[in-house]
Design a protein around this ligand. Structure first.
Ligand SMILES: Cc1cc2nc3c(=O)[nH]c(=O)nc-3n(C[C@H](O)[C@H](O)[C@H](O)COP(=O)(O)OP(=O)(O)OC[C@H]3O[C@@H](n4cnc5c(N)ncnc54)[C@H](O)[C@@H]3O)c2cc1C
Length: 436
């Protein structure tokens, strides 16, 4: 492993840096996060002689699902982070820098520090961008005076501070008007908060509200129905068709657009908060949006790939997976793991001039914590919205064993198996998996 250095200069994503060095690698990854590390490890398990470079600026690797547990007081934030160097495969070259420009017509990318990296094949997985700026007042308000979010490691511990010291009042939880990573995360924290408020004895003087632009609790009808029961039993006030557009930090007010069934804004709703957990709007990173790789005409700017083969729709030597890709399924690490296996197989086939026979089926999983000791292991096929399970148990049920899986099993699997490119555990027990 060769690591080049990364410095913190302020080259904007759209500026073309002055090139001071040119490198060439057979396979180049943009992003060595959940998707990138898993795919690179899988490729090298299949063929150790591949020449792989991973362009990745961060020296930390986060287990992001753990931020929900941090916000709920189950994990410390330190439990969710490890050194990146320990997860970059030994045979790969790590370029510790940030891609700022893509030039797919010349098979090259440019980094912030002025390195031009040429490739034969490119795998694009730089994750998702958190667009805090799209909610007026949020950037100034967040991290203090009751405004928080589990979507960033610097705020997740503050979520728990707010919950465990809550004296009663209005506790608001919001969902944005864009696709997000882990669609369940904005409500998981709410159920843990609700449990804690009961334990503290403040729930009877607390108004717990979930405000979302959606018209149901979850995309898959079976999981949505069970969540309807959960919110009803807990006395949570759910407001559909409500999109957070402004935080007024000084008066502690949240302002929402209210939609009708056609999606037109018909009203404005302002509510006081004593604490508010915000899931920010999200999109592809700007350098992807501004590149020829993005889906044309889409404001989100996802990398435009075939939903089955994960190959780019216009540049056949480019593949994409994970949160930055256009794959029309729920964006999760669980989905990225299944996608990684498809990219590894199809890229090797493409290199060998063989047809791309491996197809991604839209699998994803969002373990829905519905309280301490309770989780619905919401696995589903995101392309058809149907319930699936990797376990011999009906997943449409709150279970203690799935809480144990969520808090103990899955983090272990992530660090010790997924990022190392090991096979999906469910494959070993296919014969006994629950079927609808
Ligand atoms: C609060 C929360 C809860 C979640 N809960 C779950 C859950 O329960 N289950 C689940 O499966 N998933 C969950 N997720 C989602 C999961 O973490 C992501 O879907 C997953 O990490 C996506 O992998 P990725 O590789 O696409 O992106 P990431 O893992 O975010 O990795 C992207 C990498 O690209 C790098 N990068 C960014 N820009 C550049 C650039 N310009 N050049 C080079 N590299 C770049 C970044 O540094 C990063 O390392 C949760 C996420 C959050 C925030």
């Amino acid at each position: 492993m060769i690591a080049s250095t990364s410095q913190q200069s302020q080259t904007p994503a759209s500026a073309t840096p002055t090139i001071t060095k040119t490198l060439h690698h057979q396979i180049v990854f943009i992003g060595g996060g959940s998707a990138g590390l898993t795919t690179a490890s899988m490729l090298l398990k299949k063929n150790k002689s591949l020449d792989i470079a991973i362009i990745e600026p961060s020296h930390k690797q986060y287990y992001q699902p753990g931020w929900t547990m941090t916000g709920g007081g189950v994990f410390q934030i330190e439990d969710t982070v490890r050194d990146k160097k320990d997860f970059i495969p030994r045979q790969a070259t790590w370029i510790a820098d940030r891609v700022v420009k893509l030039d797919p017509d010349r098979n090259a990318v440019a980094t912030k520090e002025g390195i031009l990296v040429e490739y034969d094949y490119l795998i694009v997985c730089p994750g998702i961008q958190l667009d805090w700026h799209l909610i007026k007042g949020l950037k100034d308000a967040i991290g203090k005076n009751g405004v928080t979010s589990n979507y960033a490691p610097n705020y997740a511990p503050y979520t728990w501070e707010l919950i465990k010291n809550f004296p009663g009042g209005n506790a608001l939880f919001t969902f944005p008007n864009t696709p997000v990573k882990c669609g369940g995360a904005p409500q998981k924290v709410m159920y843990m908060a609700d449990d804690t408020f009961r334990k503290l004895g403040v729930r009877d003087r607390t108004n717990v509200m979930f405000l979302t632009p959606a018209t149901k609790m979850f995309a898959v009808p079976e999981y949505s129905a069970i969540l309807d029961k959960v919110v009803a039993e807990r006395g949570i006030d759910v407001k559909f068709r409500h999109n957070l557009k402004e935080i007024k930090g000084e008066t502690k007010e949240a302002v929402f657009d209210v939609f009708d069934d056609s999606g037109a804004v018909v009203d404005e709703f302002t509510h006081k908060y004593d604490m508010i957990h915000v899931a920010p709007p999200q999109s592809a990173p700007d350098f992807i949006k501004q590149s020829p790789l993005a889906v044309s005409g889409s404001a989100y700017g996802w990398v435009d790939v075939d939903k089955y083969t994960l190959q780019h729709n216009r540049y056949p030597n480019i593949f994409s997976l994970g949160d930055a890709s256009s794959l029309p399924t729920s964006k999760t690490a669980a989905a990225a793991r299944k996608q990684a296996a498809i990219v590894a197989e199809n890229l090797l086939a493409f290199i060998a001039s063989q047809p791309l026979l491996h197809k991604y089926d839209g699998y994803t999983c969002c373990p829905l914590i519905t309280g301490y000791g309770k989780t619905i292991m919401a696995e589903f096929d995101g392309y058809n919205g149907t319930v699936v399970s990797s376990f011999p148990l009906n997943p449409v049920k709150e279970r203690w064993i799935m809480w144990m899986m969520k808090t103990t099993g899955l983090p272990w699997i992530y660090w010790n198996r997924m990022l190392k490119g090991e096979q999906f555990e469910g494959d070993y027990i296919k014969f006994m998996q629950w079927r609808q």
